[in-house]
Write a protein that binds this ligand. Structure first.
Ligand SMILES: NC(=O)C1=CN([C@@H]2O[C@H](COP(=O)(O)OP(=O)(O)OC[C@H]3O[C@@H](n4cnc5c(N)ncnc54)[C@H](OP(=O)(O)O)[C@@H]3O)[C@@H](O)[C@H]2O)C=CC1
Ligand SMILES: O=C(CO)[C@H](O)[C@H](O)COP(=O)(O)O
Length: 471
């Protein structure tokens, strides 16, 4: 970058995501001023950006190097680090400057920070960014929301670096006001958790029910990825299952400890679903399944003590088509739960979100990109939109075809003792939706029995209480 040329954007935090986004911006002709306290990370940016970026070690140096109004992208860990950087920036910012938090921030933190900046004229944007290191470098999905005045200042830049769909649309659109951008990314990650859990369970059944070797299971996922199940997560699963450990020649997946960590976004999505009364059970089960996975010593102890059947892989490859259909049915249920959560968040906070736009920006660049998103997007765009995604004609047809295999797969897994909380919860959410009369009548009676909470009747209007004990 020429010595005197003012920077177009500052990037705070040159870690995995900040470094890659900075290079993506440089590749699209923007001048970047990167800030990191680590000299090595600054040097790495300068080396790779080949003179088209500047690297600084202080907020003041960054702000002085930027053109006005200043655009500053925070790519630091969510939580205290964002507050720390904002506290440093705040005294030096002017009206019209734009701060974008591009991390996986909890949306309630974004609401708090926006409230603190309200009236200052500083424009605050919470932008979900998905795609991991490669996506950030080559084209992520970007979900910005917040102060709408910031959008014209960000739009050309963010849409330039975003992924493009097959029809050339950038996977970056304005999500709405307030913390909508971070809410959308949180739900994205909730779906990501659900989808990873579903794939994990189907993988376990390909091995423990159909009796396949890891590499054979990888071939099955690769084949599925050429059809309706095409998705980024299906594709990387195939790649992972083909990978052999260089030393032992064994499938690397067999040598990886079976504990999955989590940073919080799936939990927050589930908490939001609980708060908003949305039955996002498959997301929730995915979070709980990671907690079960983390209790490895306890599971090893219990494996020796608790009776039950054990999978032996003896039922053969004829299960493969049913497993494919089961994964498709459960995937549709999980995405439908996610969109129901988005609709509930939007209704609660009045962010002005557009579900079709959200489905559009998830079509490329992000971790949950999948062929079914085209169907979901078409369903959401219908006029009038369906009361629930699973009621949309196109999706209903897919479910009509795949719900029975999902049922058979869940039954087989239960009978052979393979835990399938994701698949089973997806099926339960489907059956719950299509059950016109649930046993909640009995629950209502129980509540009235022990707490005089009253109930409604099917045969007349009003609220009723029965003196159950006297009866
Ligand atoms: N990794 C991924 O695949 C994805 C990550 N995200 C989100 O993006 C954000 C960044 O993630 P990622 O790049 O992976 O994280 P990294 O840990 O790789 O990078 C974070 C950077 O922030 C810097 N930093 C930390 N605290 C401060 C501070 N107080 N002031 C200034 N700089 C600070 C760190 O500096 P140093 O360590 O040198 O002190 C580091 O360079 C997170 O919110 C994450 O959840 C979103 C999508 C995908
Ligand atoms: O946002 C992401 C992908 O979309 C990040 O990779 C995130 O870290 C994933 O969540 P977790 O670490 O909890 O699995």
């Amino acid at each position: 970058m020429a010595e005197q040329q003012a920077g177009d954007i500052g990037v705070v935090g040159l870690g995995v995501m900040g470094h890659s986004l900075a290079l993506n911006l440089v590749r699209h002709g923007y001048t970047v001023v990167g800030l990191d306290l680590d000299e090595g990370k600054r040097a790495q940016l300068l080396r790779v950006a080949e003179g088209r970026a500047r690297a600084v070690a202080s907020v003041l140096d960054m702000l002085q190097a930027l053109q006005s109004p200043r655009r500053i992208l925070l790519m630091v860990p969510a939580g205290a680090a964002v507050d720390a950087v904002l506290a440093e920036l705040r005294p030096h910012l002017a009206r019209g400057d734009v701060v974008i938090d591009g991390g996986n921030t909890r949306y309630t933190d974004t609401q708090r920070r926006m409230a603190a900046l309200s009236g200052t004229g500083i424009l605050y944007v919470g932008a979900g960014i998905s795609g991991g290191e490669q996506g950030a470098l080559l084209g992520p999905s970007i979900m910005p929301g917040g102060d709408a005045q910031a959008w014209p200042l960000l739009r050309p830049m963010l849409q330039a670096i975003a992924a493009k769909t097959a029809d050339g649309q950038p996977c970056c659109e304005w999500m709405g006001s307030g913390a909508s951008g971070h809410f959308v990314k949180m739900v994205h990650n909730g779906i990501e958790y659900a989808e990873m859990q579903l794939i994990g369970e189907v993988y376990a059944l390909l091995r423990g029910l159909a009796g396949l070797h890891a590499r054979e299971a990888g071939q099955v996922f690769a084949k599925w990825n050429r059809g309706e199940l095409e998705s980024y997560l299906t594709q990387i699963t195939a790649d992972i299952l083909h990978h052999e450990d260089a030393e032992s020649g064994q499938p690397l997946v067999d040598l990886i400890l079976d504990t999955a960590e989590q940073k919080g976004t799936g939990k927050w999505a589930t908490q939001a679903a609980l708060d908003l009364g949305v039955p996002a059970s498959t997301m929730g089960e995915a979070v709980f399944a990671r907690a079960v996975s983390a209790a490895k010593p306890l599971r090893e102890q219990a494996a020796k003590l608790l009776p039950g059947p054990r999978p032996d892989g003896g039922q053969g490859p004829e299960w493969i088509p049913r497993l494919r259909d089961a994964l498709l049915a459960a995937r549709l249920c999980a995405y439908a739960q996610g969109f129901q959560l988005l609709a509930a968040g939007n209704a609660e906070y009045q962010w002005g979100m557009d579900l079709v736009r959200i489905a559009s920006v998830w079509r490329a660049g992000c971790i949950i990109r999948a062929r079914v998103l085209d169907d979901l997007r078409a369903a959401l765009a219908a006029s009038p939109p369906p009361a629930h995604l699973l009621l949309a004609p196109g999706l209903g047809d897919m479910l009509a075809r795949t719900q029975q295999p999902l049922r058979e797969v869940v039954a087989a897994a239960v009978l052979q003792g393979t835990p399938v909380p994701g698949l089973a919860s997806a099926l339960a959410s489907y059956d719950g939706l299509r059950t016109a009369r649930l046993p909640a009548n009995l629950l209502a009676a129980q509540r009235d029995y022990f707490g005089a909470h009253r109930y409604q009747r099917v045969d007349r209007a009003g609220s009723f209480h029965t003196d159950w004990i006297a009866l």
